[in-house]
Design a protein around this ligand. Structure first.
Ligand code: HSE
Length: 434
């Protein structure tokens, strides 16, 4: 096989970019041995070169202007690890327009600008790869796109936000309050710079756009994803769920119906017997069901310097092999048609089992009024628990599990229930895993 050198330009040498540099420089021999290709980290962009990054960059051109990478005809692959949309988007577009392949870990960018980026890649016969954008070091993007290429994807259930999973795990296993667990997640470095993206479910929705678009081979819009985060989940809810035999997980859900995709991100009561319930702390997992393969689960670290860099390197190697073989460039990106829109099921017509937690005045006839409203909306109750131990001013927590009901039925029933003068405004509605 012809030996060839592939030159790489790295945009952004923060935590993840440093991980990429470390692997490219320290594992050069291993990568060359495995591929027959020599990987040269030619240039790296950052604004601050005074900081010691714990890696010897003496063989790398350390630049402060992106032009030196984007306009360098020697560079074959541009790796974007800056994050955020600006200027990452402009840099990537320029790289693609200059016929360079791109590797990015930038989930927000792929989720919001995927259409434009994939079109630009198609137009210039280049690839933009993004393995590290979902599930950190877990090879889920390639797993779906290539490993499961023979399958019609039926369902995806992902635990793809490590911060939310860490918080929920610490609440479930160790009885921590939400705020304390969030602070720990931030200290441990896997929360986003703005942790509201984690807590609001938006980061998981970005990742679901990516997974669902690969599954559908069409570009899903972020606005098509019904998104709820974990901010309303209290320790009381976690304890209630536990007593019913469930663990609360923030799930990114893609279910392929008959021609319609059901796309949602929300906290979900997962039965303790399901594999996803045992995915704890900051770990991620993506449960995928395909029509030929059946049920599979991809599991591992969803963030962190070296796991994320590991995923980026796998994209670099794929691109280098394509370059070496002069393979039909851009074919991996063509997996997703940027101009096709999948049909998405309106959330109001989705059915689930529900968990309702209310605070009700403790007096005769109230439970009958609530169950009457649910019954009038054709919602059937499967369990009810009222706690005597949490009485506040004669208000007590009441938890109801229902049989399957449509979202719009539940919405209408809840509007009536929460307008009762005997119900406090603080309530929570969650869905059960199905
Ligand atoms: N904030 C993300 C998380 C980092 O908590 O999973 C990885 O995308």
């Amino acid at each position: 096989m012809e030996k060839r050198e592939v030159s790489i330009g790295l945009l952004g040498v923060g935590t993840v970019g440093t991980g990429v540099a470390k692997i490219l420089l320290n594992q050069a021999e291993l990568l060359e041995h495995r591929t027959g290709i020599s990987f040269r980290l030619k240039s790296a962009l950052d604004l601050d070169w005074s900081r010691d990054r714990g890696v010897d960059l003496s063989s790398v051109r350390c630049v402060t202007s992106a032009d030196e990478i984007l306009d360098d005809p020697e560079i074959d692959i541009v790796v974007e690890t800056i994050g955020g949309c600006d200027p990452a988007y402009q840099y990537i577009l320029r790289a693609l327009n200059n016929s360079k392949h791109v590797v990015t870990a930038n989930k927000a960018l792929i989720a919001t600008k995927g259409r434009e980026l994939f079109s630009a890649a198609n137009a210039s016969n280049t690839d933009i790869l993004f393995e590290a954008s979902v599930g950190g070091g877990i090879p889920i993007v390639k797993g779906l796109r290539e490993g499961l290429v023979a399958n019609r994807i039926l369902n995806i259930y992902g635990i793809v936000n490590g911060t939310s999973n860490y918080i929920l795990t610490r609440m479930h296993q160790d009885g921590l309050e939400f705020e304390d667990a969030l602070r720990e997640a931030q200290d441990r470095g896997f929360a986003e710079a703005d942790p509201t993206l984690d807590i609001s479910g938006e980061d998981a929705a970005h990742k679901l756009v990516i997974l669902a678009s690969i599954a559908a081979s069409k570009m899903v819009d972020l606005s098509d994803i019904y998104t709820e985060g974990i901010a309303g989940v209290t320790k009381l809810d976690v304890d209630f769920a536990k007593s019913f035999g469930y663990t609360i997980k923030l799930l990114a859900i893609c279910r392929m119906g008959d021609g319609e995709m059901d796309l949602r991100v929300h906290p979900t009561l997962v039965p303790d017997s399901h594999l996803l319930a045992s995915v704890s702390h900051e770990l991620n997992a993506v449960f995928v069901e395909g029509d030929s393969v059946g049920k599979t689960m991809f599991y591992g670290p969803g963030a962190g310097q070296l796991p994320t860099a590991s995923a980026i390197i796998s994209d670099i190697v794929d691109l280098a092999r394509d370059i070496q073989l002069r393979a039909n460039s851009g074919y991996r990106t063509r997996t997703i048609d940027p101009f096709a829109h999948p049909t998405v099921k309106p959330v109001k017509s989705v059915s689930s089992r529900f968990y309702l937690r209310l605070y009700t005045y403790d007096a005769p006839g109230i439970l009958a009024r609530i169950s009457g409203i649910l019954g009038a909306h054709e919602i059937s109750i499967s369990s009810v628990v009222q706690l005597e131990t949490h009485v506040h001013d004669n208000y007590v927590p009441l938890v109801i599990l229902t049989h399957s009901a449509r979202e719009d039925q539940m919405e209408r029933a809840l509007a009536e229930i929460t307008s009762l003068e005997v119900i406090l405004p603080d309530y929570l509605r969650l869905r059960l895993f199905q």
